[in-house]
Write a protein that binds this ligand. Structure first.
Ligand SMILES: Cc1ncc(COP(=O)(O)O)c(C=O)c1O
Length: 393
């Protein structure tokens, strides 16, 4: 038979989603793939029940239903503090996953370089490869997970560099980029004439005193930013697959074309129902942040009490735990083997940190804590004595 494409041979299946399957295999509490076990707001699910009877059930406009784009633009204008035209600046996609792919495809030619911070959300490497672009990785240094300015400048200066991907708040590190860090990125984006593609799906899950600053809101940056995000995390609806790109009109036009031929459109009935989420009051977002602050306290505090060496997240709902001491003691060749044994022997599913890194880095496993308090407490109970449980055959 003829050969399959080279580009699809260059990346593996998602390790995150693989760990969900491993968790299921061992009956482990799955704290690997990051999705909530609670429902979207009642206003949204009530509206979904009505929409089942009233529709729409057919294709919406390819770049998103008018009322959805209007509600989204109004909400994001409020939070981002920038002018957003729902007709010309917004493209609704099937999750931020598609938004990011459309964004990279819209700015990068085969052979262009794209700067990606490492560790990074797995999809970015595959996004770049599928577009024929070459990622240049810049390390986010543990434990704070900030970057070294000279390393970033060297990456941006590489010939052929076209764009930078910024995940803020960051998955997997939980780092919320500070204003000075963002200003450094902005200065380099100007100097080297780069597009900045942001992934801001955790924009509303940030822990005080940290604050989320939208990259597009920095002086002069709206013109060179493709802001990608989604409703998945903000409204606990990861299965609805509703995301978006907000970009300057001429950029959004390109994104619309890519999106049109990739997926035609996001689900029309779900867009209709989700308008009820986009129009929720400010208190909804405050309650969401408070809910996750409580879960962070419960889970990260619990991990610390059990002897885990963790990096306290500033945003998002993940925590990286440094398990290298036990990995070394027990002679694990990889963190993936360690994570599989954590499912098997302890009964808790995590993601081996190496899958987020371009560099060889096996120190961490990543837990997520977007779960009910009962599930988090049950996971902590299982993790009690984790080192001894891991030492057993
Ligand atoms: C940083 C980041 N971006 C994108 C996604 C996927 O988002 P969506 O459900 O909108 O495709 C995730 C999901 O975990 C994520 O962590």
């Amino acid at each position: 038979m003829p050969q399959l494409s080279n580009r699809t041979a260059q990346f593996t299946d998602s390790v995150i989603r693989r760990m969900t399957r491993v968790s299921n295999q061992y009956g482990a509490i799955n704290l690997s793939q990051g999705f909530p076990d609670f429902d979207p707001p009642a206003a949204v699910t009530d509206r979904l029940a009505q929409v089942a009877h009233t529709g729409p059930h057919q294709y919406a406009i390819t770049w998103g239903a008018q009322n959805f784009r209007e509600a989204l633009a109004a909400k994001q204008r409020r939070f981002m503090g920038i002018d957003i035209n729902p007709d010309t600046n917004v493209v609704v996609t099937c999750g931020s996953t598609e938004a990011m792919m459309c964004a990279v495809m819209s700015v990068a030619n085969p052979g262009d370089r794209v700067v990606v911070f490492s560790p990074f959300y797995e999809n970015y490497g595959a996004d770049a490869i599928l577009c024929g672009a070459e990622p240049t990785y810049v390390t986010l240094h543990a434990p704070g997970f900030g970057f070294d300015e000279s390393e970033l400048a060297a990456a941006c200066a590489q010939p052929g560099t076209k764009a930078l991907i910024l995940c803020n708040p960051s998955n997997p590190t939980g780092h919320v980029f500070t204003l000075p860090e963002l200003q450094t990125i902005a200065r380099l984006a100007n100097k080297y004439d780069l597009w900045v593609i942001t992934d801001e799906v955790y924009e509303h899950i940030v822990y005080a005193p940290h604050q989320h600053v939208y990259f597009a809101s920095l002086p002069g940056m709206q013109a060179r930013t493709l802001s990608c995000s989604s409703l998945s995390k903000t409204y606990s609806m990861t299965g609805w697959r509703l995301g978006y790109v907000i970009a300057p009109a001429e950029v959004a036009d390109r994104v619309k074309k890519v999106h049109d031929f990739l997926t035609v459109g996001a689900a029309a009935p779900l867009m209709e129902a989700a308008v009820a989420g986009l129009t929720l009051p400010q208190s909804y977002y405050e309650d969401l942040a408070a809910l996750y602050a409580h879960k962070r306290e419960l889970f990260c505090g619990g991990l610390r009490d059990l002897g885990f060496s963790i990096v306290e997240p500033e945003g998002a709902y993940y925590v990286m735990a440094d398990v290298s001491a036990l990995e070394t003691e027990l002679g694990y060749a990889s963190d993936e083997a360690f994570a599989v044994d954590l499912c098997r022997k302890v009964g808790v599913g995590t993601v081996p940190g190496s899958c987020f890194y371009a560099e060889p880095e096996n120190r961490f496993v990543r837990f997520h804590f977007a779960k009910s308090d009962e599930v988090l407490t049950a996971a902590l109970d299982r993790l009690d004595g984790w080192q001894d449980k891991m030492r057993q055959a």
